[in-house]
Write a protein that binds this ligand. Structure first.
Ligand code: MN
Length: 241
């Protein structure tokens, strides 16, 4: 049977071994037989740079590398791991997709995106997003010494709840009109994204035709997995042991 898997917003971190275990279990069993596996951003809770070589990051790379022997594994940046570069992706056997990519999903042109750009009502975040995706800002950040980036990340985690709001743009949902605009611009009637942590399959109208927007869930409480076959779309979840 033909099927393709989509996952996003795993937010992997050393503090949550249960999420990592669930991912490894998924890769070691179900994912082996897939036609392809797509990781649509925010695989990691935070990414300080490919030079942050830790046993944890190496372990995750090895798990995906093993998967890539079975099927192609595609990765798209999220708002938390936009600094992942080819050095790590090569170790993980992943192919990088640009942030809005149309793929042929069993005959249906489908737009894939992390989804944060669709949340246009979060003006402050969109401002940061523009900067974070510029050519110069990541370069500037990655040029800082690793010990300094680690310290900034540690301090960031300790920040107050008020600031957490800004660190978690996913609390905002997408702007419905923006979804329609983007789908129309790409000429697609199927969209798959993550980021908002609101798993659902929405029906809408784009260019006077029925369209589908599929939203992946996160992996904070359970593993959200989208399974697409030539005939079905199934939003599933994997429980943490
Ligand atoms: Mn996100």
């Amino acid at each position: 049977m033909s099927f393709t898997y989509f996952i996003a917003d795993l937010h992997l971190s050393e503090d949550r071994p249960d999420i990592t275990d669930c991912l490894k279990q998924f890769l070691a069993t179900d994912a082996k037989k897939a036609d392809a596996l797509y990781v649509l951003g925010d695989l990691f809770e935070v990414w300080l740079g490919d030079d942050d070589v830790t046993p944890f990051n190496e372990d995750i790379a090895a798990a995906f590398k093993a998967q890539s022997e079975h099927c192609p594994v595609y990765f798209m940046h999220g708002n938390r791991d936009f600094a992942i570069r080819q050095t790590w992706l090569k170790k993980a056997g992943m192919t990088l997709l640009s942030e809005q990519t149309v793929v042929d999903l069993y005959g249906t042109p489908t737009l894939l995106t992390h989804g944060d750009e669709l949340c246009t009502r979060d003006v402050a975040y969109q401002k940061f997003r523009k900067k974070s995706r510029s050519w110069w800002w990541p370069r500037l950040m990655l040029a800082l010494p690793l010990w300094y980036r680690r310290r900034v990340a540690r301090n960031g985690r300790a920040e107050s709840k008020e600031n957490q709001r800004h660190l978690r743009p996913e609390i905002m949902d997408v702007t419905p009109q923006e979804v329609i605009n983007v789908m129309a611009r790409f000429g697609v009637n199927q969209l798959i994204h993550g980021h908002t942590h609101r798993p659902a399959i929405h029906q809408l109208t784009v260019n006077n035709a029925p369209a589908t927007r599929i939203v992946l869930g996160d992996w904070y409480d359970q593993g959200s997995v989208l399974v697409v076959t030539p005939d079905t779309i199934d939003l599933q979840s994997r429980s943490f042991q």
